[in-house]
Structure formats: C-alpha cells, structure tokens
Design a protein around this ligand. Structure first.
Ligand SMILES: *[C@@H]1O[C@H](CO)[C@@H](O)[C@H](O)[C@H]1NC(C)=O
Ligand SMILES: *[C@@H]1O[C@H](CO)[C@@H](O)[C@H](O)[C@H]1NC(C)=O
Ligand SMILES: *[C@@H]1O[C@H](CO)[C@@H](O)[C@H](O)[C@H]1NC(C)=O
Ligand SMILES: *[C@@H]1O[C@H](CO)[C@@H](O)[C@H](O)[C@H]1NC(C)=O
Ligand SMILES: *[C@@H]1O[C@H](CO)[C@@H](O)[C@H](O)[C@H]1NC(C)=O
Ligand SMILES: *[C@@H]1O[C@H](CO)[C@@H](O)[C@H](O)[C@H]1NC(C)=O
Ligand SMILES: *[C@@H]1O[C@H](CO)[C@@H](O)[C@H](O)[C@H]1NC(C)=O
Ligand SMILES: *[C@@H]1O[C@H](CO)[C@@H](O)[C@H](O)[C@H]1NC(C)=O
Ligand SMILES: *[C@@H]1O[C@H](CO)[C@@H](O)[C@H](O)[C@H]1NC(C)=O
Ligand SMILES: *[C@@H]1O[C@H](CO)[C@@H](O)[C@H](O)[C@H]1NC(C)=O
Ligand SMILES: *[C@@H]1O[C@H](CO)[C@@H](O)[C@H](O)[C@H]1NC(C)=O
Length: 564
C-alpha cells in the first residue's frame, strides 16, 4: 500500500500521507496529483504504437485517498486530442463541475490547457476508478481510485495482509481513434479489440507477451484483497483464479454480504473487491479473464491471463488455467448477480427508498438511421425510449447553471412512445423506423425518490447493457428476463438489502429496476457503459433541481473550468 511519488506533484502530499499513516490522525488531508496527458509509444502483441496516457503510464496512476480527504488533480493536456477525466462512482455532491463527462458537465480540456478537478471524498470508501470521458480515449486513459476507510475504522471483513489493484482492459493493435472513426464512417461497429489485458498486459497466451504478463507474488497462508476494475470498453468479463476461490466483499465501493465464488462477473464500469487466500500447494496459478456474451453478437472472446505466484517458486513452473463459465452462461450470470446483497449493517445501512415519487420506464433499443455515405446506406444507432441522444456543443451543466436557452430540452418522456412486446420476436429497425434524435433530458425534483425500470428490447437484437448513473449510487431492487410486469414484478422487489452501486447490467432480453433519492443537485449523465453504445446515443441525463437550502444548490463553477 504505497503512494507513488511520481503520481504526486507536491512532496508535501507525500509527507502528509506519511504523517497520517504514522500518527493515525483522523484529520482529513488534501491529496494533490498531477496528471500529464501524454502520448507514449507502447508495445503489446508484437506491435508498437503511440497511445494517450497519464504521466506515460499504462494503466495510469492510482489515486490513493482516505474517506474525508479533499482531492486536487491538475490535468494538463499535452496530447493532440481534447480530454476530460471522469471520477467514476464518486458522488461529487453539488459539484458536477468535477464529474468530467465532456459536454455534459464541462467542455473538454483542449491541447496545451489545464484544469484542476477539485473534489471531496465524502461518505464513500472502497474501490472506484477514473477514466477519460471523451471519444474512445478511455481505452488507454484509466486508473484505479482506492479510498481507504477513515483512520481507526476497520474493514467489515478480515484485514488482508496486502492488497492489489487488478485493472481489466482491452487492447487494439491500431490507433483506437482510427478504429472509432472508421466505424462511424461505415455506420458499423468499429473493429473489436485484439486482446484483453490485466493491468495493461495480455499475458503469455498472446504472441510477444512473455514480458507483458502481470505477476502477483503471494505468501503461503496470507490473505489478499484484490480490487478488480473492469475498464474494458465493450466487454462484460468473467474472472477466475486457478485453484483459488474468491470471497466477494464489496462492489462499486459498497460493502456486500460476503459470498464465495469460483468466478466473478464484472461489467464495464463496475468494480469488485474479493479476498483470496494463498492456501494452495505453492506454485504458479493463472488468473484469467474472458468475455461473457449471451447474444448473437461478435465480440473479442480471447482470454487474458496474469499469474498468481507463490513466493520462492521459479518462473519455469507452468501454471494451469482456471475453469471460466462458458462465454454464453446466462444462468451463471443471473445467479451471480442475485448473490450480490448490500451488507446492510447498523454501520452501513441500505437506505432503500420505500416510497416512490417518480416512476420512469425506459426501453433500450438498437436501430438504424439512413446514412447515404455508409456501407449499407444505414448507420447503427441506439436509443432510450426511442430517443438517440445528441451531444451538445457546450456542457449541459453550464447551460443549466447559467440558464442558457436552446442547449437541451427537459421533455425526455417517462415512458416509451408506445408499448410493444419488448422482448418478443426480433423487430427490424425498419419496422419501427429510426429513432428520433435530440438532446433531451429529464428534470427531477430535489430530494424526490425515483424508480427507473430499464427494459431491454429486441429491436434488431437483445443484448445485455451495463448502465451507469453519474452523481449517485442506486439500489438494484429487481431484475428479470422478458418484459417487466408491474403487477407481478414489483411485489418481488428486494427492498431490504438490495445491492447499492453505480453501474448495473440490464440482462439480455430482460429488465432491471433501480431506485435512488435525487438529493444531489446538478446535471447527471446516465448511459450504457459499452462505449460502442454510448457513441450510438444510448444515453441521457437527469437535471436534478436545486433544493431550498443554501447548501442544497449546485456550487459555483471553478474559475479554471474549460471554455468551449
Ligand atoms: C513509435 O513506434 C512506431 C512503430 O514502431 C515507430 O514508427 C515510431 O518511430 C515510434 N515513435 C517513437 C517516438 O518512438
Ligand atoms: C497545472 O499544471 C500545469 C503544468 O504543469 C501548470 O502550468 C499549472 O500552473 C498547474 N495549475 C495549477 C492550478 O497548479
Ligand atoms: C470540500 O470540503 C470543504 C470542507 O468542508 C469545503 O470547504 C469545500 O467547499 C468542499 N469542496 C467541494 C468541491 O465540495
Ligand atoms: C479494421 O479491420 C479491418 C479488417 O481486418 C482492417 O482492414 C482495417 O484496417 C481495420 N481498421 C483499423 C482502423 O484498424
Ligand atoms: C470467438 O469469436 C470468433 C469470432 O467472432 C469465433 O469465430 C469463435 O468461434 C469464438 N470462439 C469461442 C470459443 O467462442
Ligand atoms: C452456448 O454456446 C454453446 C457452444 O457454442 C452452445 O452449444 C449452447 O447451446 C449455447 N447455450 C445457450 C444457452 O445459448
Ligand atoms: C447490410 O444490410 C443487410 C440487410 O439488413 C445485412 O444482412 C448485412 O449484414 C448488412 N451489411 C453490413 C456490412 O452491415
Ligand atoms: C411476446 O413475444 C413472445 C415471443 O415471441 C411471446 O411468447 C409472447 O406471448 C408475446 N407476448 C405478448 C403479450 O404478446
Ligand atoms: C421513433 O421515432 C421515430 C422518429 O420520430 C418515429 O418515426 C418512430 O415511429 C418512433 N418509433 C416508435 C417505436 O415509437
Ligand atoms: C429528503 O427527504 C427525506 C425524507 O423526507 C428527509 O429525511 C431528508 O432530510 C431530505 N433531505 C434533504 C437534503 O432535504
Ligand atoms: C476541442 O473542443 C473544442 C471545444 O468544444 C472544440 O471547439 C474543438 O473542435 C475540439 N477539438 C477537436 C480536435 O475535436
């Protein structure tokens, strides 16, 4: 558990951290980081190519803080692309200015410019992550956020001996922006990735990858905390470790009721903390990750590996592969997600909204719009309630705060335009024609309680969609396969200990219900965390109004907020 000096631009921070560690002070600290956005040549799978990085690191530096700390990250853009950074899962109370999605809460940081993200880490502890929130740049611009509990507050599970961040990603041999651009021009899905990675490394099952293999050394008899993050753009992933089971203790920086499993399932945007005991015959064991896909869609299905290596065991020992669930194992996926329950203890209660002020029902659809210059004369797109979201030219939060007209409308419908058999026989996009396009959002009253049912549809095809809401955690009160039936399904909700999180998978051909209390004023993005679908318009935002109190309003924007 060390903080790397080069991640920090002020030696004072390092000293402060050391001081805190030594004297167990409960004082909150100010943690400062310098993020230089730089292009660096990186070689994987026998190909070298320039990638966009933070401080030349791939994956980027870990932001290591303690609950209650204030964080200042000066992001300076030396790359040729516009940049913005999202602190995925941090609630940013009243402080959307530091949330990061480009054109939603800020204009991008342009080449040669800087912006300091200034935020407090309040009421949260666990594993989160940060990533670029513009174009497809998060393919290489991402890293972990580790929030330690306040001094003197132990984990609600056995104290691990050591801990390790495990970042799962995707690697393209080509320039990822060229890949994205080509897909957009053709109106087709961009080329899939060439490899998955674990801590930036694909592992020895790929060519030229012996030296690009992540190795975690363990000591016999010790317990380790793995902080696992799915930073992949488009793939839900299984992960398992040969010979070792895992005990899930936290997801999305919320403690769970612990349960033991041979494999975990983790969607893009999600984090999962597991305890692993090094209690097997000392040796080398593969940790492996591969895509979960239960829809007829081509995906990168290649297996990335890392090695769990017991101390003193030579590198010549060949590790065995773990048994991962089959790539299309929906039964495992549903049962795994059912096991996720909030700890719901006195100290960490699950404050599930029991009364709902606002009921929302959003259908998720794929479709095709006419595009004369595209391969088939059509362009694939995606929509919520038949609306494919159009990115504005200025940040929505600025438009809201300064009451600028003509940037967005607040008429996003609470229901789809007309009900249909959502998950029945496949519907071609032509049958339903193309979705309408617009920068349409929903206005939510301050501190009201919201129930949102996300319903997958068979428009073109069913598929699973991990949805991420900015600015909030929500409770996953129900999920099922087929069409949501209010009469039958609402009575089956779990309102006692549902999982609280920030990103949830809507199952293939099914639905998921979330509930949250809208007590964080601002403009909060909600989108599918498959970058492919975000780009196609599978997104919208909530404008949560200010409350009556002076401490219930959006904070004034920082003076260095980037202009458009
Ligand atoms: C980066 O790698 C490419 C491909 O190998 C090479 O052509 C280029 O010269 C390298 N650039 C730098 C700055 O090393
Ligand atoms: C951010 O970093 C840049 C580049 O090092 C520097 O010029 C700028 O002054 C820094 N901004 C702040 C607020 O420290
Ligand atoms: C962070 O907390 C400090 C101390 O309570 C407060 O003064 C400051 O305004 C907060 N900053 C943000 C961005 O919320
Ligand atoms: C995408 O894949 C096709 C087929 O393999 C290839 O011809 C093309 O160059 C790739 N595009 C990019 C941007 O790498
Ligand atoms: C992986 O995907 C490729 C291309 O989509 C397909 O040909 C192959 O059968 C798949 N392999 C497995 C094990 O699913
Ligand atoms: C999963 O894939 C296997 C192998 O491709 C296939 O035989 C099986 O029918 C599939 N299962 C489901 C539930 O689709
Ligand atoms: C073009 O459209 C046809 C008919 O919808 C479809 O079968 C085909 O796969 C499409 N081609 C591409 C490249 O998407
Ligand atoms: C919806 O479609 C499915 C599959 O085609 C069918 O089994 C079901 O009866 C349909 N439901 C309704 C209400 O029409
Ligand atoms: C979706 O919107 C388009 C454009 O407004 C319209 O033509 C189409 O009928 C709508 N589809 C549905 C299912 O409401
Ligand atoms: C929001 O409403 C709840 C329930 O009425 C209340 O307990 C809470 O104090 C309110 N919060 C704020 C910030 O107004
Ligand atoms: C960067 O962002 C600015 C402000 O929105 C925009 O005017 C400019 O076109 C963008 N540059 C690129 C290369 O996309």
């Amino acid at each position: 558990m060390s903080i790397r000096g080069k991640d920090v631009f002020s030696g004072i921070t390092l000293l402060l951290f050391g001081f805190l560690a030594c004297f167990t002070s409960s004082e909150a600290a100010i943690k400062k980081y310098q993020f230089d956005i730089q292009v660096k040549n990186v070689s994987r799978l026998c190909h070298a190519k320039p990638i966009v990085t933070v401080n030349g690191m791939y994956p980027g530096p870990t932001v290591y803080v303690r609950e209650g700390d204030s964080v200042l990250v000066n992001v300076t853009n030396h790359a040729q692309y516009n940049m913005s950074i999202h602190w995925h899962g941090l609630k940013q109370y009243r402080n959307g200015w530091a949330d990061g999605p480009a054109y939603i809460t800020q204009c991008p940081i342009q080449t040669g410019n800087s912006y300091t993200y200034n935020f407090n880490v309040t009421g949260q502890r666990g594993t989160l992550w940060w990533h670029a929130h513009i174009l497809w740049l998060r393919a290489t611009v991402y890293g972990a956020i580790v929030i330690m509990p306040k001094q003197g507050t132990p984990f609600p599970f056995p104290q691990p001996y050591r801990e390790q961040t495990i970042l799962l990603g995707e690697w393209w041999n080509s320039d990822v922006e060229a890949v994205e651009k080509q897909g957009n021009q053709l109106g087709l899905p961009p080329n899939m990735s060439d490899a998955h990675t674990i801590n930036g490394k694909p592992g020895p099952l790929f060519p030229c990858s012996e030296k690009h293999t992540f190795v975690m050394e363990v000591e016999l008899g010790k317990t380790y905390l793995l902080r696992i993050i799915n930073a992949a753009l488009n793939d839900e992933l299984f992960l398992a470790i040969a010979g070792h089971s895992m005990t899930v203790v936290e997801v999305d920086a919320v403690y769970t009721k612990p349960f033991t499993t041979e494999s975990i399932l983790i969607a893009p945007g999600q984090t999962t903390n597991v305890l692993v005991q090094a209690n097997r015959v000392p040796g080398r064991y593969f940790m492996a990750t591969r895509t979960f896909i239960d829809a007829p869609i081509p995906v990168d299905n290649k297996t990335a590996t890392a090695i769990l290596q017991y101390k003193g065991i030579p590198n010549t020992v060949m590790p065995a592969l773990p048994q991962l669930p089959a790539p299309n194992d929906s039964v495992f996926a549903l049962s795994y997600n059912q096991k996720l329950r909030s700890l719901n203890s006195l100290q960490f209660p699950a404050n599930v909204p029991l009364k709902v002020d606002r009921n929302l029902f959003y259908t998720i659809g794929l479709g095709m719009n006419s595009c004369p210059t595209c391969v088939n004369g059509t362009r694939l797109l995606a929509s919520l309630n038949n609306i494919s979201f159009v990115m504005p030219q200025v940040g929505l939060l600025q438009a809201h705060y300064f009451d600028m007209k003509g940037v967005f409308t607040t008429d996003f419908p609470d229901q789809p335009p007309s009900p249909f058999n959502y998950t029945g026989a496949p519907l071609t996009a032509n049958l339903r024609t193309s979705a309408s396009r617009g920068t349409r959002v929903s206005k939510i009253a301050f501190n009201s309680t919201v129930e949102l049912v996300l319903q997958d549809t068979n428009l073109l095809t069913v598929e699973s969609h991990p949805f991420h809401l900015h600015g909030y955690n929500f409770f996953v009160v129900g999920t099922g396969i087929g069409n949501f039936d209010p009469a039958k399904d609402r009575i089956k909700y779990n309102l006692v200990d549902p999982m609280e999180r920030n990103t949830v998978g809507v199952p293939t051909g099914g639905w998921t219900t979330i509930r949250f209390r809208a007590d964080n004023p601002g403009v909060w993005f909600m989108h599918c965390h498959l970058e492919l679908h975000t780009g196609w318009g599978l997104k919208t935002a909530f404008v949560v109004e200010d409350g009556p109190g002076s401490d219930q309003t959006v904070l004034p924007p920082p003076s260095d907020l980037p202009p458009c």
